[in-house]
Write a protein that binds this ligand. Structure first.
Ligand code: EPZ
Length: 427
């Protein structure tokens, strides 16, 4: 089903119900998308396992096929990707403008073809989302920017290893320039890199295939370029820590006894510390979380940070929880300047949130939320609206379901499994 059709779909939610049971976490969106992009670096097919069936992955598959690559399903969530078949270095503009992660393809394409053409990447409207760090990094590696504006065109006869110091910590810039450096000549040192687990997982897969990457997961990554990569072992996508965190918040709000399976609590330590400080009882094992709604949620101040800090992707869902906590909480969004653009809708549901500046809000908790009709502005705020709707009395409608489907596989079916009253309805 295409994006436009899904845009006309909405979720109809009846709130106030307690939920219980088990829910499985899927493979991480922000790991899977980069694994597909990495396939371009290889001269042979690669295999990815535990892939989530979400809209962004479907778009990434389409982008690869438009480049001439092939994608074959070889099992329930397993794919063989023939990135080696890619014969074009021009990224499809329409899809790339709707999905920020398209930019991760530029590193592998430049490494493979010595040229790449792409539009300014779009995606969630959570801030201006510049790409200066990418362009500066590519120039350091020896690329020339032939064109800017509607389409960027970069050319590099060959990429030569360099020292790249990131002005700001950027997840996709770290991944993109790390991948571009893997086949460059000589050594690259990337400094002030992002430390997300998805970056370590990507580096592990590339190293297993013959790359020489040291320090992934820290603020300094050293890459010694190699001639080519050799696919050895499938890339099993790590579990989605943002999905797990989203379900943990739902459980803290309405769960009787909810078990969140196939997750990795080690990737959520700071977030879980905040949830505990908010009065939530958490049992955890190697690959699960067990959470029940706490009688009394306590207010807590939150500041989003790059990993391992409190994830910006869980900020909106956590604000939904704070509207139910006793007392006043201050939430500071330090990563994106436009990621608090959803609070008016929560206030229309009866929340009491004031915005101090583009980065800070104050939430007066203890609100009795009432059902509303809303439009999700982006993926994570959309999930936040769902959480608020599950707390509100009455029937809420959330439009713009496509944005939620970008990162959460069959979310309504999985929540129905916990007893949630949610339906996907054609608008
Ligand atoms: C990645 O986005 C994730 N997306 C985002 O998840 C996540 O919110 C974000 O990292 C932060 O953790 C994917 O991995 C596909 P950034 P990314 O570059 O890489 C500024 C979700 O909901 N910046 O780390 O685009 C930028 O404006 C999505 O799953 C520059 O200034 O984010 C921001 O303020 C949303 N210049 C800061 O860096 C650049 O060239 C961090 O952004 C690049 C970024």
């Amino acid at each position: 089903m295409g994006q436009e059709t899904k845009e006309q779909e909405k979720f109809v939610i009846h709130g106030g119900k307690k939920l219980e049971g088990e829910i499985e976490v899927m493979g991480a969106k922000n790991a899977a998308l980069k694994a597909f992009a990495a396939s371009i670096l290889f001269n042979e097919p690669i295999i990815i396992k535990n892939c989530p069936f979400i809209e962004d992955v479907f778009r990434m598959m389409e982008l690869l096929k438009m480049l001439g690559a092939e994608v074959a399903s070889i099992g329930k969530r397993d794919f063989k990707i023939l990135g080696n078949m890619a014969s074009s270095y021009v990224l499809n503009s329409e899809i790339s403008k709707a999905m920020r992660s398209s930019i991760v393809l530029t590193g592998p394409l430049l490494a493979k073809f010595g040229k790449v053409q792409f539009p300014h990447p779009g995606g969630c409207v959570i801030g201006e989302r510049p790409i200066d760090i990418f362009l500066e990094g590519f120039e350091k590696l020896g690329a020339k920017i032939l064109n800017e504006g509607e389409n960027y065109v970069l050319e590099a006869k060959r990429l030569v290893g360099a020292e790249i110091i990131f002005k700001k910590v950027s997840v996709t810039a770290t991944e993109t320039l790390m991948m571009a450096s893997v086949l460059a000549e000589g050594k690259s040192v990337l400094y002030n890199t992002a430390c997300e687990p998805e970056i370590s997982a990507l580096a592990d897969f590339l190293n297993l295939s013959g790359a020489r990457i040291k320090g992934a997961g820290t603020y300094k990554i050293e890459i010694t370029g190699v001639k080519n990569l050799k696919f050895k072992k499938p890339y099993v996508i790590i579990s989605d820590r943002i999905e797990a965190g989203s379900f943990a918040i739902l459980a803290a709000l309405l769960g009787k006894e909810i078990k969140i399976k196939n997750c990795d609590p080690e990737h959520l330590l700071v977030f879980l510390e905040h949830l505990k400080a908010a009065g939530v009882e958490i049992q955890k094992g190697k690959n699960y979380l067990q959470i029940s709604a706490s009688k009394k949620l306590k207010c807590i101040d939150v500041k989003t940070r790059e990993y391992p800090g409190f994830p910006t992707d869980l900020q909106a869902p956590f604000v939904a929880l704070l509207t139910q906590a006793e007392g006043k909480s201050i939430v500071t969004e330090t990563v994106f300047e436009g990621r608090l653009n959803y609070i008016e809708d929560l206030n229309r549901m009866g929340a009491n949130i004031i915005q101090c500046d583009p980065h800070r809000i104050i939430i007066e908790g203890g609100s009795n939320l009432h059902a509303r009709e809303m439009e999700s502005p982006d993926l994570r705020a959309g999930l936040g609206f769902m959480l608020a709707a599950f707390c509100a009395k009455g029937e809420s409608k959330i439009h713009g379901v496509y944005k939620i489907d970008r990162g959460y596989e069959k979310i309504e079916k999985r929540l129905q499994g916990l007893g949630a009253e949610i339906l996907r309805v054609k608008s």
